[in-house]
Design a protein around this ligand. Structure first.
Ligand SMILES: C[S@@+](CC[C@H](N)C(=O)[O-])C[C@H]1O[C@@H](n2cnc3c(N)ncnc32)[C@H](O)[C@@H]1O
Length: 213
């Protein structure tokens, strides 16, 4: 929790994730129909996807459990004159009804959870999605430069110290376990990105999973 308060105090990512931009454009090309699409952004941090998706015409809301995140995002939404419902909530026990959302977005949160909580978080996402609703999920992939770069805490999970996120568990998913985690979903579209930095010395590997309830 302390990690996330610090993170949300200094890390202000203000532009949307390009994979999410592509996903919404491809899945919901008709701007006029978007106001009927109910999206939940899990762990919104700065609120970058709340702002982006609202401006793109969607009915979006979100939650985060960090005070700093709530403070920053509420302020930003106010400046943008966007009336969006934001809640302080834990993904492990969500204050939303079953079958409520057309899209559930989870980017970069569940990769910090231990086994058991990863499954709980995904079952909450499944519960609040409408039948036919879509999960958009980004997590770390095996092969990432940070894998193994800290004390091993569990199988595939290491205590990592990196620039933004200090002393935090990171789990690196392989394909088999990611498929097992998402086994209750159908039409799984599983892809990954590899970004290189520092003349390709650093490789950042992420899964991008899209699936339907
Ligand atoms: C790496 S940031 C995610 C960034 C954000 N999804 C984005 O794309 O900009 C992780 C966020 O998840 C939040 N978080 C971590 N554990 C959580 C939990 N159990 N329930 C709700 N929010 C949580 C943190 O406060 C933090 O804002």
């Amino acid at each position: 929790m302390k990690t996330w308060e610090k993170y949300n105090k200094v890390t202000r990512i203000m532009v949307p994730d390009e994979n999410l931009v592509r996903f919404v454009q491809k899945t919901f090309p008709d701007f006029k129909k978007r106001k009927k699409i109910k999206i939940l952004d899990a762990g919104f941090a700065s609120g970058r996807h709340l702002v982006y998706l609202a401006k793109q015409g969607f009915d979006v809301r979100g939650f985060d459990y960090s005070n700093e995140s709530l403070k920053f995002a509420k302020n930003w939404l106010k400046k943008e004159k966007l009336a969006i419902e934001v809640k302080q909530a834990d993904i492990l026990k969500l204050p939303y009804k079953d079958n409520s959302f057309d899209v559930f977005i989870e980017i970069g949160m569940v990769e910090h959870f231990f086994s058991g909580d990863r499954e709980k978080a995904i079952s909450e996402a499944f519960r609040v999605l409408k039948p036919g609703g879509r999960l958009f999920f980004i997590v770390k992939k095996t092969g990432d430069y940070l894998e193994g770069a800290g004390k091993k805490l569990e199988k595939g999970t290491y205590l990592i110290n990196e620039s933004f996120i200090k002393d935090t568990p990171y789990h690196f998913f392989d394909k088999k376990e990611l498929k097992a985690l998402l086994k209750n979903f159908k039409e799984l579209d599983l892809n990954y990105t590899i970004l290189t930095r520092n003349n390709t010395i650093v490789e950042i590997h992420d899964w991008i999973a899209i699936a339907k309830k």
